[in-house]
Design a protein. Structure first.
Length: 417
């Protein structure tokens, strides 16, 4: 456990340094080594107990003073009735709890902060706090189904999907901010487990290198014998130790390519649906395909994207709200890199400063830009980097500075001037 934390810390710092183009060599990694040793020993005990879960739970109950009754001592009908009764009561109580949270009053940011700082809370106040936190986390209306999904760990899965797709360009900033906050609180020292847990860049890069998004094309049938599936399994098995360390997913040679894909897709709460066994009688195979879920994640991603773009504009406005000099005067090259370089390359420097004209038809560019175009017939901005491929939307985008701040726009709307 300790070795995996040391390796993960080194990798996280190296990746963050490259992506953020900053020097993190000053970070003190040997913070409270005795505490880290205790953490590792206790974690190992917990892992062993998880492997022998039934025995550990029964031993803990006996230690707490409970009397354990062997199920064999009761009739099957009696024990079955008790189990069903307990399940029904549990589901009824939980449903009422989720509904109560969804029906709670809305809180302002000030009211939420006061409630979070309050120690003794009534049941109503706990419901209000939970609803306010969920509302700010997902930025959509809180309904009972959302409460249940969050309890099941939906947020980390959704966050991973967002930064793997629509929010990819904001990932480095997000990880850098978390690292800076931890370094400030720790006076340039980090507690390795917390630092590693807060960094998403390695996991996202790993899923990108595995090309997990290739399975998210609707109406495309997938078989375990497909060449791309065989290659995917070989790549996953080769890097199974890295996958276990960063994604906590166990991969083995015994698993089929589809099974491996399902395990990794579960990290972003997606799956491949079973279609059936197709093919000739003597050579039938299980066939799967992706069906996009109807779970409001697109709406949530849109809200998160608006939030991150607004924060980025504020940051740009505060740090460097000046017009870039024109460095490139030629036409846009057709040979656009298919990955976003976090460390600025010569190509990025060449793109920066290129004047671009945005044409009509900006249905999703925002009210300000629509008004600008309606008044002037066109909007002229200055590129703030090279184009990048947004896999979730399936289109090229580029950051453009319009004087009041930067926004990401589709490259199809642009041409050099």
């Amino acid at each position: 456990m300790l070795r995996s934390q040391h390796v993960a810390t080194q990798a996280n710092i190296a990746l963050l340094s490259a992506a953020d183009n900053d020097d993190y060599s000053y970070v003190e990694q040997n913070f409270q080594p005795e505490s880290l040793q205790t953490w590792g020993k206790r974690g190992s005990v917990i892992n062993v107990e998880m492997r022998r879960y039934r025995e550990s739970v029964l031993a803990g109950l006996v230690e707490d003073g409970y009397t354990i009754i062997d199920a064999d001592d009761a009739s099957d009908d009696e024990s079955g009735a008790v189990i069903e009764s307990v399940k029904a009561a549990s589901e009824q109580l939980y449903t009422a709890e989720c509904q109560a949270i969804a029906d709670s009053d809305e809180l302002s940011q000030t009211e939420l902060k006061k409630l979070q700082d309050k120690r003794a809370k009534t049941k109503t106040e706990r419901h209000q706090q939970r609803k306010a936190e969920l509302s700010r986390r997902y930025e959509i209306d809180v309904i009972p189904d959302l409460v249940e999904k969050d309890d099941d760990g939906w947020y980390p899965q959704l966050r991973m999907h967002y930064y793997l797709t629509l929010g990819r360009e904001f990932l480095t900033t997000r990880d850098a901010k978390r690292a800076a906050s931890q370094l400030e609180l720790g006076e340039n020292s980090i507690w390795k487990p917390d630092f590693n847990k807060g960094q998403l860049l390695p996991a996202v890069l790993l899923l990108e290198n595995l090309n997990l998004l290739q399975f998210l094309t609707p109406d495309v049938q997938l078989r375990g014998s497909d060449e791309k599936m065989v290659q995917f399994k070989a790549l996953a098995v080769t890097h199974r130790h890295v996958i276990k360390n960063y994604l906590n997913v166990s991969i083995s040679e015994k698993l089929t390519p589809i099974a491996i894909a399902q395990k990794l897709l579960a990290k972003i709460d997606l799956k491949l649906d079973y279609v059936g066994r197709l093919g000739k009688r003597e050579n039938r195979e299980c066939v799967y395909q992706f069906v996009a879920p109807d779970d409001q994640r697109d709406l949530i991603f849109g809200q998160w994207l608006n939030r991150d773009e607004a924060l980025n504009r504020e940051s740009v406005s505060l740090i460097n709200n000046i017009e870039f000099p024109t460095q490139v005067t030629g036409t846009i090259s057709d040979d656009i890199p298919q990955t976003l370089n976090q460390v600025e390359s010569p190509a990025t420097q060449a793109w920066k400063g290129l004047k671009l004209k945005m044409r009509l038809g900006l249905d999703s560019a925002g009210r300000f830009y629509q008004q600008l175009v309606s008044q002037l017939g066109e909007a002229v901005g200055i590129a703030d980097g090279e184009p990048y491929w947004n896999a979730y939307l399936g289109q090229w985008q580029v950051w453009v500075n319009f004087g009041s701040g930067c926004t990401s726009v589709v490259c199809d709307w642009l041409f050099a001037v």
